[in-house]
Design a protein around this ligand. Structure first.
Ligand code: NAI
Length: 429
């Protein structure tokens, strides 16, 4: 293992011991509600399927992720981790992780761009054999600056939609040189994490950050994909009037048929009280929208990168900016209107000061999928060629079965006759 120049988290903290204790308390609470990771921990500790692997991770470093990281270490891996967003790290959790003999954590909250990438270089200096990303920054850096590692990396796993989009683009250009599992796209992740997780945690974070109610508000949801559906549904459940903005005609129609008002953003901009973007795209809300918004609106982004609300435009327009509350910045326009941006336009459910990310139960599923994918890479990685791979269906089912067993939910199974019928084209009327 190479020596990294950038120091681990404990050297950035004034009282690492207290931080470690607090981080461990957060992890213990989360773990009580993570039956999938608990079940896998028993297996991983007994069988050590990751012995000899070094895992480089760039993820949101908070309590739930930390339990995944420890599971991988308990499975025999050396793990080095940093954040995948400058504002989403919990320093205490990062410190608790770093105390583990097989884990080095470089994640520190509030780093600037240079610190963010220094930490990522430090992780890669551990010479990984497996990468685990949320957003694809690690895969990109390895390919661009460490081509000598590409032969020894057996594969990777990607957590989020934006990361999978970027990986598929890289793959289409013939530039992706090792296999990566699209964890985001598998049912046990996407149907729960993107929909319920983003919906619940974004709304909870916005409400807690502002101390304002949803009832009777016009909530504009940018993008009606997996995350947008969750945000729209939960906002409607809190008695808000939901307005959806979409570029895909089928998704716009779907939102219309769900009973939501569907409008172009330029019209929604005049009506909205709260704006939440979930597109994974840039410039969803720009100058022309700011110019017609009501006084006092809230602007929040729940997509991966901080490009959905164009803050450069807002800074250009504003005559003053001030901290309205912790996690809320007011931008005063020349006519006296104030537009409030939450969490600096970064993904609100993870980057706002009080944010906790998705509910624990949801992340248990997502991280259960991550864990079985890493196990698959360690045991059968050589059978996958370079490129983006779907999570094998049997692995996705394995995670679902563990969760159902933990919940005490029994379900039906196909009989042989039914299976034969479903697999046949010969039966007709
Ligand atoms: P998706 O692909 O299912 O949905 C995105 C939707 O946005 C699509 O329907 C697309 O047509 C629409 N869209 C694209 N450009 C648009 C524009 N300019 N205006 C209006 N609509 C537009 O993706 P998914 O899974 O919903 O993810 C969205 C983003 O959220 C990604 O960046 C993803 O990485 C991120 N994400 C965030 C989470 C969080 O915790 N905040 C959790 C999971 C994903």
């Amino acid at each position: 293992m190479s020596e990294a120049a950038y120091p681990p988290v404990t050297q950035h903290l004034s009282d690492p011991e207290t931080a470690r204790e607090e981080g461990r308390r957060k992890m213990d609470w989360a773990l009580q509600h993570m039956p999938i990771l608990e079940a896998l921990r028993e297996e991983f500790t007994a069988e050590r399927p990751l012995e000899g692997e070094t895992i480089a991770m760039a993820m949101h470093v908070e309590a739930k992720t930390a339990n995944l990281v420890e599971l991988l270490a308990d499975g025999g891996a050396e793990v080095a981790i940093t954040g995948c967003n400058p504002l989403s790290t919990h320093d205490d959790v990062s410190a608790a992780l770093d105390a583990h003999d097989s884990i080095t954590s470089y994640a520190v909250r509030g780093v600037d761009d240079a610190g963010y990438y220094d930490a990522m270089h430090a992780v890669i200096a551990h010479d990984p054999t497996i990468t685990v990303d949320d957003g694809m920054d690690m895969v990109k850096l390895v390919h661009e600056e460490y081509p000598e590692l590409l032969d020894s990396i057996v594969g990777g796993a990607e957590e989020t939609t934006t990361g999978v989009h970027r990986l598929r683009a890289m793959d289409a250009d013939g530039e992706l040189k090792y296999p990566v599992f699209a964890v985001n796209d598998t049912p046990m992740k996407q149907l729960f994490d993107n929909v319920h997780g983003t919906g619940e945690s974004s709304l909870a974070t916005i409400a807690m950050t502002t101390n304002l109610s949803w009832a009777g508000k016009n909530v504009v949801v940018g993008g009606y994909g997996k995350c947008g559906k969750g945000v729209a549904k939960k906002a409607a459940g809190q008695n808000a009037n939901v307005i959806v903005c979409e570029v895909d005609p089928r998704r716009a129609l779907e939102a219309h048929m769900e009973g939501y008002e569907v409008l172009p953003m330029i019209e929604a901009a005049e009506k909205g009280d709260v704006f939440i973007t979930t597109t994974g795209n840039r410039d969803v809300i720009t100058r022309e929208h700011f110019e017609v918004m009501k006084d006092g609106v809230l602007l929040a982004n729940a997509g991966h990168f901080d490009v959905e609300v164009n803050l450069d435009d807002l800074v250009d327009l504003a005559v003053d900016r001030f901290e309205a509350r912790d996690g809320v910045e007011g931008f005063e326009l020349p006519d006296g209107r104030v537009l409030n941006v939450l969490a600096e336009g970064r993904l609100v459910n993870l980057a706002a000061p009080i944010s906790l990310g998705h509910p624990v139960e949801v992340m248990d599923q997502s991280f259960g999928v991550q864990a079985v994918c890493v196990r698959e890479l360690a045991t059968n990685g050589a059978t996958y060629g370079p490129g983006v791979h779907d999570v094998p269906d049997d692995l996705d089912r394995e995670v679902a079965e563990i969760k159902l067993a933990a919940e005490g939910v029994a379900h039906d199974t196909l009989s042989d006759t039914q299976r034969e019928y479903m697999d046949s084209w010969e039966h007709g009327t």
